[in-house]
Design a protein around this ligand. Sequence first.
Ligand code: ITT
Length: 195
Amino acid sequence: MPSKLLVATGNEGKLREFKKVLCGVADVVAPHELSLPPKEVKEGTSYAENALAKARAYRDQFDGLICGEDSGLEVDALDTRPGPLSARYGGEKTSYPEKCRMLLKELKDVPLYERTSRFRATIALIDGDEVKTFEGVLEGWIGFEPRGTEGFGYDPIFIPKGFSQTNAELGLVIKNRISHRAKAIGKLAEYLKSR
Ligand code: ITT
């Protein structure tokens, strides 16, 4: 019987990816599925610290494995912005289609070869008294216009290395094979299988 794993996220897109990749390895649940309230976690500038803070926020309310994940989009032409602040880029209330448009506007004079970018994800797992972290990176570049309808967040403007379509055009089956989060969750899966 797989152990229950609370994934401390309010992001449905992330949750879908955790459920898919950990299928058969852990019984993934989100706070809202256990009627636990969303938590306001003050995010800083490190993915690992943010991920751990998200997991810690549920420690008193859940007796078992808890993980938090923090991720972001790093754009080289913007000195790796927005990075860990990706969710707040352009304002917390700004929609993702709008954030994508704003980012494309910032890059309007940047040529193809300077549009390199990457998604980075860090998962922090609280396993009893221990904390484990798992990381994953997806290299690629920022396109010139939003394309595709699948995925979430910045997927319509991110073209992974080796592909000509955006994450949002490639869809979840391919994304779950190559993504930053899939890589980090894959490492988490190996750990869970070995413990
Ligand atoms: P939780 O904190 O509740 O987990 P969040 O959406 O606030 O959810 P983050 O603080 O980790 O998540 O912010 C991650 C940001 O990076 C957010 O703006 C995402 O849209 C973006 N991002 C991360 N992974 C992505 C992916 O696979 N595809 C598209 N955008 C992604």
